[in-house]
Design a protein around this ligand. Structure first.
Ligand SMILES: Cc1cc2nc3c(=O)[nH]c(=O)nc-3n(C[C@H](O)[C@H](O)[C@H](O)COP(=O)(O)OP(=O)(O)OC[C@H]3O[C@@H](n4cnc5c(N)ncnc54)[C@H](O)[C@@H]3O)c2cc1C
Length: 633
């Protein structure tokens, strides 16, 4: 598979008029999803103004079920364009997408720590504003929150663009942007990496000893977070588990996780030692990690030109023997390719002869295979690893979201290279629920009361034990109203809660009950929405987990205002259901007379006599499992 990192490609794309490249105005975290998949599922970042990727589309070209190629735009097909924006693969195969791009610009990022009650107050204030005048507070636009469950803390990341209308704010953003000579991303990062490594180590924000400055350390801290993950979390622990269990497998059956937790205690203690407040010790141990992992060296190789990279590799070869080979291998696995088919050709026995320049590599893409998943990793499920892993997750947030004013495509949060392998290879599921802003304060109040039971700010041990369903910090983002028929925010703006389950797969398919209780609240509490199987709860992300058992997700109840409009589009574009997927129970309009009730340009004629969007379902609430309506997790 050949992939192009779209954001870096655009960031590197320079014209005479715009020497700073381009960017998408708002985007999701990209972890090798395809652009077709991300658009088809309404994937999003956090933006009230620009919305999801689907909302930013100017045009879509698809191969239709009848084999023809057709381009949709809002101008040529006002109704069908609303259908194809979020089509979940049901209407055709996307071959071309047209987006609005904007010029690169500085975006000021600001990170602050909130107690749960302060976070709740913000949510309640925003809810109140929306219900009184249907507007959202400007501080919420582009803001993301990370919920540090074990600490009852919310990390709030706000972004301010260099093109905001207020001249004072604009000036502040631009003044804080330390513009390098050439503002493509690579040079910006290269400059950052020139900082002497040791001067930066004290600023690595780990656990409670974290501090937020000085600015601009985000990229560097990522290397250490990555090293920490690879050294303490990913490398020795699985080996320990494997040697502990005689069957030579890291897969644990139910109940074994507790036993494993005991085995892991000394290592957790060691981890705490490295997170201690003694700056000297921390510096020493992290320097050791750095030496082992060579991550900074690799980043330097990634982020300079091919010629310089090659020179550095040669230099490293003569400087430090074996270590340089690992640097070379990593470099070739990153942006420089020399021995994978199709991109470059190595020649004359010189292994570095075919290295591409950064621009070429970004433009042509990289060869990439889907990495195999690891075996189950028992320590993810071990109860006493919860706190350590959330601390790692918190450190990761602090490193990617530190106060800074980089260019837009670097400032909005993305998954750093140092952490990608972990995300791709560890077994977990991502779930996301979209809650209307009109009740978001009530929804979070119910959630925090349920999870913590009692004082939501100072947790005792019993309360902490209750949040052990999480191994990473839940992520909270917002989207403004959109007009896609199956867009999450077709009715009102929504706030999105993304939660990840690391326990199910890593504990021998043991149900993560604390996690499931959170999903149940989000999916069926009247405070979290007024759509769904029981007329309450928030909407599920099309591209994530949490789908109810077959027959227990009813489109007409989840999307009561647009489900039959989408049915009309399906009838016109794919009348024989050629694009049926593995969940046919979802895509049903049984009992609705689409043939008589659809108009090619208006959709479902709900005013017409005999046309109501009441779909017949084989199962109903009484025959489905209780909220969150699935039994397989
Ligand atoms: C680590 C990680 C981080 C993520 N971060 C975010 C995030 O920040 N925000 C967010 O909203 N989501 C996020 N997601 C969810 C992700 O964007 C969606 O799951 C996306 O659909 C995955 O893309 P894919 O290419 O793997 O699609 P697939 O899983 O292959 O496909 C998803 C759907 O799109 C359809 N589809 C795919 N390609 C086409 C095409 N060319 N034409 C028509 N239909 C097509 C498929 O039929 C299917 O129904 C994340 C996912 C992961 C794993």
């Amino acid at each position: 598979m050949q992939t192009i990192d779209l954001l870096r490609y655009l960031g590197n794309y320079v014209t005479q008029l715009s020497p700073t490249g381009y960017t998408l105005p708002a985007f999701p975290w990209f972890v090798y999803q395809t652009i077709g998949g991300a658009v088809s599922t309404g994937s999003h970042g956090s933006s009230l103004a620009w919305g999801s990727l689907s909302n930013q589309l100017l045009g879509v070209t698809m191969v239709l079920a009848n084999g023809t190629l057709r381009t949709f735009t809002p101008e040529t097909d006002p109704f069908l364009m609303r259908a194809v924006r979020v089509a979940v693969g049901q209407l055709g195969i996307i071959t071309n997408l047209r987006f609005r791009l904007i010029k690169e610009q500085p975006v000021q990022r600001f990170l602050q720590s909130l107690s749960s009650s302060s976070f709740l107050k913000l949510m309640e204030t925003a809810q109140q504003q929306y219900t009184s005048n249907q507007t959202m507070p400007s501080w919420l636009n582009e803001t993301e929150f990370f919920w540090i469950t074990q600490d009852s803390e919310f990390l709030m990341v706000s972004c301010t663009r260099g093109d905001v209308s207020s001249p004072e704010t604009r000036h502040e953003v631009l003044a804080s942007f330390n513009m390098p000579d050439n503002t493509t991303m690579y040079n910006t990062s290269w400059q950052l990496l020139q900082d002497p490594v040791l001067n930066c180590l004290d600023a690595l924000p780990l656990n409670h000893s974290a501090h937020f400055g000085p600015d601009g350390l985000g990229a560097l801290a990522q290397d250490y977070t990555g090293a920490l993950l690879n050294t303490f979390i990913n490398a020795p622990l699985p080996q320990l588990i494997i040697s502990t269990y005689s069957n030579n497998s890291a897969t644990l059956k139910a109940g074994q996780a507790v036993e494993a937790a005991e085995v892991l205690k000394p290592l957790v203690a060691e981890l705490s030692f490295h997170e201690g407040s003694d700056g000297h010790e921390r510096r020493r141990s992290l320097q050791k990690l750095h030496d082992q992992q060579l991550t900074v060296k690799n980043r330097r190789l990634f982020q300079t030109s091919a010629a310089t990279a090659r020179q550095r590799v040669m230099q490293a070869d003569s400087d430090d023997g074996d270590a340089s080979h690992s640097a070379t291998e990593n470099a070739t696995g990153g942006y420089f390719e020399h021995d994978h088919g199709g991109i470059t050709n190595a020649s004359n026995g010189d292994p570095y002869a075919g290295l591409l320049s950064m621009d070429e590599a970004v433009a042509l893409g990289n060869n990439w295979d889907i990495p195999p998943k690891k075996d189950a990793l028992a320590y993810y499920a071990a109860p006493n690893m919860a706190e350590a892993l959330i601390s790692i997750s918190r450190a990761g947030v602090l490193s990617i979201a530190s106060n800074n004013t980089p260019e837009a495509h670097e400032s909005y949060l993305y998954q750093p290279d140092a952490l990608l392998d972990n995300i791709r290879t560890v077994r977990y599921d991502q779930y996301e629920v979209a809650v209307p802003v009109s009740t978001m304060g009530d929804c979070f109040k119910g959630l925090l009361d349920m999870v913590y039971e009692g004082d939501i700010d100072s947790l005792n041990e019993t309360q902490k034990a209750k949040v052990k369903g999480f191994r990473t910090a839940p992520l909270i983002r917002v989207l403004g109203q959109e007009d896609g028929l199956l867009a999450y925010t077709g009715d009102v703006p929504r706030i999105f809660v993304n939660v990840e389950d690391y326990i199910f797969y890593n504990a021998g398919e043991q149900i993560n009950t604390a996690f499931k209780a959170v999903m149940a609240h989000l999916r069926s509490s009247p405070a979290c929405g007024n759509t769904g199987l029981e007329g309450a709860g928030g909407r599920l992300h099309w591209g994530k987990a949490g789908w109810p058992d077959a027959g227990c997700w009813h489109g007409d109840k989840e999307y009561p205002h647009t489900w039959c409009d989408f049915g009309c589009a399906k009838m016109y574009l794919d009348p024989t259901n050629k694009f049926a997927d593995s969940a046919p129970d979802r895509w049903t309009w049984e009992g609705v007379d689409l043939a008589s009730c659809c108009s090619m340009d208006k959709g479902f004629l709900r005013e017409k006599a005999g046309c109501s969007c009441n779909v017949k379902h084989e199962r109903n609430v009484s025959s489905c499992p209780p909220s969150p309506y699935y039994t397989n997790r």
